[in-house]
Write a protein that binds this ligand. Structure first.
Ligand SMILES: C[S@@+](CC[C@H](N)C(=O)[O-])C[C@H]1O[C@@H](n2cnc3c(N)ncnc32)[C@H](O)[C@@H]1O
Length: 261
């Protein structure tokens, strides 16, 4: 898929104006040789360096695949999947980022290959389809109800899930018994026990960072959704596939019925 953004100085300065108008940007999208949306990103060329690893774990040709990008932001991953031939739905609850993604899709000539929709993770049950691939990158730790979110996400996965989350360092190792004796609860503080740190106030200046799980907690939570971990394509990234139906469908159903519309 070729970029439609070419041309001279006037076109470039018009693009820079649009980029400034739509900012601030979290995704550094390259729109041609000398135009990018966040060239001074504090994390570097973000998220291109993450996609380098994640992309290697996915087929080069995704023609015929139906993909969902949850928390798509300005659409970096949505566009990369579309460039590989997938039909992609990108959802985000923030209209600021969706406006960036809509604009960038036009600049990249990908508007026909992607659909962008304002939707919250907690509204995922409104999607009446399942997906060959679901991306759930950088969203879990923003959820006040992470397991509810993960269960809702997992339900939509027919094929693969790529999950990325911020994690708590240094909480690995150790064994978890099948049944923890009541009097051994001290083991909950031991190495390797799946734990999540609750952030009452802010982490990195962001009050929407609610929970920071350990890697073992991420993996344990994934297993309880009926998904299986296939590989670790990069730091804090898990490739998962469906192994069994969710064991918590009934509970999820009750949570849904209680949720205000
Ligand atoms: C840290 S950014 C990650 C963006 C992108 N997925 C990535 O990995 O580069 C989190 C994104 O998820 C969106 N988001 C956070 N909570 C959400 C929710 N409850 N429902 C839908 N989108 C959400 C934010 O608006 C933001 O675009």
């Amino acid at each position: 898929m070729s970029l439609q953004v070419e041309g001279g100085d006037a076109e470039r300065s018009g693009l820079h104006g649009e980029i400034a108008r739509l900012g601030p940007w979290f995704h550094n999208l390259r729109l041609g040789d000398s135009v990018a949306t966040a060239p001074d990103h504090p994390l570097g060329d973000f998220p291109a360096y993450k996609w380098e690893k994640i992309g290697r774990a996915l087929p080069e040709d995704m023609t015929g695949w139906r993909a969902l990008d949850i928390g798509c932001n300005a659409g970096f991953y949505t566009f990369e999947l579309a460039k590989r031939g997938a039909s992609v739905l990108g959802i985000d609850h923030d209209p600021h980022y969706l406006a960036q993604a809509e604009w960038a899709a036009r600049q990249l000539g990908l508007s026909d290959a992607v659909e962008l929709r304002q939707l919250d993770v907690y509204q995922l049950d409104q999607l009446e389809e399942h997906f060959d691939l679901v991306l759930f990158l950088g969203v879990l730790y923003h959820l006040r109800y992470p397991l509810l979110g993960l269960d809702l996400v997992a339900e939509l996965v027919d094929g693969l899930l790529v999950l990325q989350t911020l994690t708590m360092p240094g909480a690995e190792g150790g064994e978890v018994p099948a049944d923890l004796p009541f009097k051994q609860r001290w083991r909950l503080r031991g190495p390797g026990w799946p734990v999540m740190a609750f952030i009452e106030h802010e982490l990195a200046g962001d009050p929407t960072n609610w929970w920071v799980p350990s890697e073992t907690a991420v993996e344990a939570m994934v297993r309880t959704t009926g998904l299986r971990i296939v590989s670790r394509p990069g730091p804090e990234v898990w490739l998962c596939e469906r192994e069994a139906p969710s064991r918590h469908g009934a509970e999820l159903g009750r949570a849904r019925r209680r949720r205000p519309a």
